[in-house]
Design a protein around this ligand. Structure first.
Ligand SMILES: [Zn+2]
Ligand SMILES: [Zn+2]
Length: 417
């Protein structure tokens, strides 16, 4: 008999906890969060839990409502102060005392994303145009993966008037068109013959509404152009031209649901002096797919006599050693393939601890530089050395070039018939 009662008590406690979930926790922010952080959290979470995206999911629907509640409590400085001091109980009392009540969560959503608070697949719902933007990223960040931000100026719903265009919230029906936004004009084509043409209302600009006191911030336009900051996560090994979609983050308007913003990653030339705190050699790497290319310069002596070492500082600062023992020749333009020292191969689980990243190869091309001048004494010594060995061994250019000695014998092809 005791078992069910315990689980009943447990259930009650759980429910109590669920009712009073901390607003900060709900939005995934901490108490010092700025107004911008709160907005950003709301934008992300309200899209995630929107019922249009989670059909028949009661839990998501509940979250969608809670996120809106949390946003409304924390975005208003006064209610945030009350919440910080007295918690949920304090807010409840304020509401009972005639304070601001809850808005419709869909209404709040539409203040951020336009339209009627829904995503674009509602019949008759207009959708704004998608936007394309390119963001330049240095190769180093493609290699290591990088969380960064970029800024973009776009059209946004005026926060001051919440997209109404009115300073006092008062919006009237246009008297000229009766709220239709359009008027019928009659043109006389010939005596007694008229043509009816539908034209946009010039009084309200086709809106069907007029405003007596225009909002001072947007001048009654309901939207403003403003710079927004976006979080950008460049994943390890993301390919050049990688496209990232920001849902409903294109130009906003109260008249339609905002389209998507597409960000294309391009490779930006890194500046050696400005962009390279770690002093990695990455500024000179070139990327082709998953492979990296590098040019290494050797002197004549090194190429011919061997006995040299080079330390390349890779894009994350680790060192790749190139070397030859003494007496090992490197031919000009030789390409050496160093396995596993190329780009990380992009994978959607790239940052997961359970995922091991594979790498492409590093292709090192050797460029050999001959000295312009020889010191007189050196020239004499070399000349003497060459003469000595030439006389001793003789030089057969034909042989050294690798050409065959006699005439080339073509293989005999037997005629089958
Ligand atoms: Zn405004
Ligand atoms: Zn009108």
């Amino acid at each position: 008999m005791w078992l069910p009662s315990v689980s009943f008590v447990l259930l009650c406690i759980l429910q109590l906890a669920a009712c009073a979930e901390d607003f900060y926790k709900l939005l995934g922010i901490d108490k010092s969060a700025s107004e911008r952080d709160i907005k950003r959290a709301y934008r992300t979470l309200s899209k995630k839990y929107h019922p249009d995206k989670n059909p028949n999911n009661e839990e998501a629907k509940q979250k969608f409502v809670e996120v809106a509640e949390a946003y409304e409590a924390l975005s208003d400085p006064e209610s945030r102060k009350i919440y910080d001091q007295y918690g949920h109980e304090g807010l409840k009392q304020r509401q009972q005392g005639g304070g601001q009540g809850h808005h419709d969560p869909f209404d709040l959503f539409s203040r951020f994303f336009g339209g009627g608070g829904h995503f674009g697949h509602q019949p008759g719902q207009r959708r704004g145009q998608d936007m394309e933007v390119r963001v330049g990223i240095p190769l180093r960040d493609f290699y290591n993966g990088h969380k960064t931000e970029f800024q973009l100026e776009k059209q946004q719903i005026c926060e001051e008037c919440e997209g109404s265009g009115s300073a006092d919230g008062q919006v009237d029906q246009c008297h000229s068109c009766g709220g239709h936004g359009v008027k019928i004009q009659k043109h006389m084509l010939a005596p007694g013959i008229f043509q009816q043409v539908q034209v946009s209302c010039d009084v309200c600009g086709g809106q069907g509404k007029t405003i007596k006191h225009k909002c001072a911030v947007c001048d009654g336009n309901r939207v403003v152009r403003k710079v927004s900051t976006f979080q950008l996560n460049v994943e390890k090994g993301a390919p050049k031209g990688h496209r990232i979609r920001y849902e409903n983050d294109a130009d906003e308007s109260p008249d339609y649901v905002a389209g998507d913003l597409h960000v294309t990653l391009t490779e930006k030339d890194a500046r050696i002096d400005e962009d390279n705190e770690g002093h990695v050699d990455g500024t000179f790497f070139r990327r082709k797919g998953d492979d990296l290319y590098w040019k290494e310069v050797l002197s004549l002596r090194e190429a011919w006599m061997g006995g040299w070492t080079r330390n390349l500082t890779h894009l994350d600062g680790h060192v790749v050693a190139l070397s030859r023992p003494r007496a090992e020749v490197v031919q000009p333009n030789l390409v050496e393939r160093v396995q596993g020292e190329g780009m990380p191969k992009w994978h959607e689980d790239g940052d997961s601890v359970y995922h091991t990243t594979e790498f492409g190869d590093l292709l090192v091309e050797y460029v050999i530089v001959l000295p312009d001048q020889l010191e007189k004494g050196m020239e004499k010594d070399f000349w003497a050395l060459w003469e000595k060995w030439r006389k001793k061994n003789g030089v057969d250019l034909q042989k050294d070039s690798g050409r065959p000695e006699g005439p080339v014998q073509m293989p005999q092809v037997k005629d089958e018939l």
